[in-house]
Design a protein. Structure first.
Length: 156
C-alpha cells in the first residue's frame, strides 16, 4: 500500500455510503467506543476516517449481521480481538519462552469469550431452527391429513 493510500481519509457520509449504514450508525458506534474517534478533532469538526477505520466498521457490521449479535456482544468481541491483536504484537517482539507462555495464557481467555458468544448464538439459532422444523412437520401432517380426506383437490 502506498503512503498516499494510507493517508487517504473519507468523510462520514462517504464512509456511510461505502459501508451501507447511516451516518447516525457510525456516530452511535463511536459513542459506544466501537469505532475510534480522533481525539484531536474539535467538537463539531468534520469526521475523517482512515482505511483502517473503514475496515473495522465493516467487520463490526459483518459481526452484527452475520451472527445477529447485540451491540454489547459486538463490543465484547471487538475488545477481545483488540486484546488479541496487542498480544500478537507482543509475541512478535518477544524472544523469551516465559514471555511467550504468558502471552498465550493471556490470549486464551479472549478467544474463549469470543467462542462463548458465537456458541450462544449458535444455540439460539439451533433452538429457532428446531421450532421451525416442528411447525413445518405439523403443517405437513395437516396437509397430508387434509389430502387423505379430500383427495384430488382443494375444498372451499
Amino acid at each position: 500500500m502506498t503512503a498516499q493510500a494510507q493517508d487517504r481519509t473519507l468523510r462520514i457520509g462517504e464512509v456511510a455510503e461505502q459501508v451501507g449504514v447511516t451516518t447516525r450508525t457510525i456516530r452511535y458506534y463511536e459513542e459506544l467506543g466501537l469505532l475510534g474517534t480522533d481525539a484531536a478533532r474539535m467538537k463539531g469538526a468534520q469526521r475523517l476516517y482512515s482505511e483502517g477505520d473503514i475496515a473495522r466498521l465493516q467487520e463490526l457490521i459483518r459481526l452484527r449481521d452475520l451472527l445477529g449479535l447485540s451491540l454489547e456482544e459486538v463490543v465484547a468481541l471487538a475488545e477481545a480481538e483488540e486484546a488479541r491483536a496487542a498480544l500478537r504484537d507482543q509475541w512478535a517482539d518477544s524472544l523469551s519462552h516465559a514471555e511467550r507462555a504468558r502471552i498465550l495464557e493471556t490470549a486464551i481467555p479472549h478467544v474463549e469469550r469470543q467462542l462463548e458468544l458465537v456458541r450462544a448464538r449458535q444455540q439460539t439459532l439451533a433452538e429457532f431452527a428446531s421450532e421451525l422444523s416442528k411447525k413445518l412437520r405439523s403443517l405437513q401432517r395437516r396437509r397430508a391429513k387434509l389430502e387423505r380426506k379430500h383427495p384430488g383437490g382443494r375444498q372451499r
